[in-house]
Design a protein around this ligand. Structure first.
Ligand SMILES: [Zn+2]
Ligand SMILES: [Zn+2]
Length: 349
């Protein structure tokens, strides 16, 4: 058996297409036919040369597929989503409860292709899921496209909200109205928080109210006054930085109330440094937490949220144009011009 893969070499070069043999499964592995793969912003950044990944590689990690064969106990034919990375379960970090930082982490869509691991990303007809990957069945009610959002945007938003400790009645500020931002907004709203969302540029900002935002702001002054009014000047209970901008980090630190929490998850590439007054962190009892990748429980939570709320919030509106695998270059161009939407590739038609 063989698979067709779109290979990324370097920014500015077109993808090449390679037919690769599908190797025999080992214990714990699952072969999945890719139904659809959405182009996440980090894929776009790699393709544009804004971040470096080992190459050649098969990009794409926000994926939904169907089980073709499994030595991990998955039933053939099941429509599935899975964790963004496989962890060993035995190293120091795995044993410390942060498998997303495993020393042997195998992150889908981010690995150099090799003879042993030729199928590691979503931009291919098939992907081979390694031992140590959390695999979950996708509920029938979810469309392929919306279901594909589960394992990056939804799971990451779940991880961020878990880290924030947000509780019903809290006032939350979300920096960044991209797909991660509006997803986090919907999750907070569904648990009874009042959410304010900030973004200077995102095309998603106007629709954030449909994802539960009580107010939107495109400048710092207006965000400050909205938050001050809602909290009698106390500051927000929870501030989430999901924009990836240095400005968002600084504002999150300023807007959190005494004893509030600040979760940073947007800045996955270097953005410079932010001035912090240590005395402020001490006196305001601030809790500052970083979130990168996510734990298996976050994927389950994200999928469950999507199952229960995919009609309450307009997730279908986040889906952009859909391309076949052979038009992956066009898909990336479209993604560059489709701010606030997820462009999809359906490798098997
Ligand atoms: Zn992603
Ligand atoms: Zn490990």
């Amino acid at each position: 058996m063989t698979a067709l893969a779109a290979i990324f070499h370097q920014a500015g070069s077109p993808f090449t297409f390679e037919t690769v043999p599908v190797r025999e499964l080992q214990e714990g592995e699952t072969l999945v036919e890719v139904i659809c793969c959405s182009l996440c912003r980090s894929d776009l950044h790699t393709q544009q040369g804004l971040r470096n990944e080992p190459s050649p590689t098969i990009l794409g990690h926000e994926i939904l597929g169907r089980v073709i064969e499994s030595r991990a106990g998955m039933a053939v034919g099941t429509r599935v989503t899975w964790g963004i990375a496989a962890s060993c379960g035995e190293c120091y970090f795995c044993l410390k409860g942060i498998p997303q930082k495993c020393g042997e982490l195998f992150k889908y869509g981010h690995m150099r292709v090799s003879d042993e691991e030729p199928l590691s990303g979503g931009l291919a007809t098939h992907i081979l899921l390694r031992k140590g990957t959390t695999i979950l069945a996708v509920p029938d009610a979810l469309s392929d496209e919306v279901g594909s959002l589960a394992n990056c945007a939804m799971a990451t938003a779940s991880a961020v909200i878990r880290a924030s400790g947000a509780a019903p009645g809290d006032v939350a500020v979300v920096m960044g109205a991209g797909i991660l931002g509006v997803t986090a907004c919907a999750m907070l709203h569904s648990r009874g928080c009042q959410v304010f969302i900030f973004d200077r540029v995102s095309a998603s900002l106007p629709r954030a109210s449909a994802f539960g935002a009580a107010a939107i702001a495109d400048n710092e002054e207006s965000l400050r006054s909205i938050a001050a009014e809602a909290t009698s000047d106390r500051g927000a209970d929870v501030c989430l930085e999901l924009s990836g901008q240095l400005e968002g980090v600084g504002m999150a630190l300023k807007l959190a109330r005494t004893g509030g929490s600040v979760v940073l998850a947007g800045t996955t590439t270097p953005v410079g440094e932010v001035a912090v007054a240590p005395e402020q962190i001490v006196r305001r009892l601030l809790k500052i937490v970083g979130v990168h990748n996510y734990a298996p429980a976050d994927l389950a939570d994200g999928l469950e949220f999507l199952r229960g709320h995919h009609r309450a919030y307009p997730f279908q509106d986040l889906i952009g144009p859909i391309f076949p695998l052979t038009q992956v270059d066009a898909a990336f161009s479209a993604a560059g011009q489709s701010a606030g939407k997820r462009v999809m590739v359906r490798p098997n038609g």
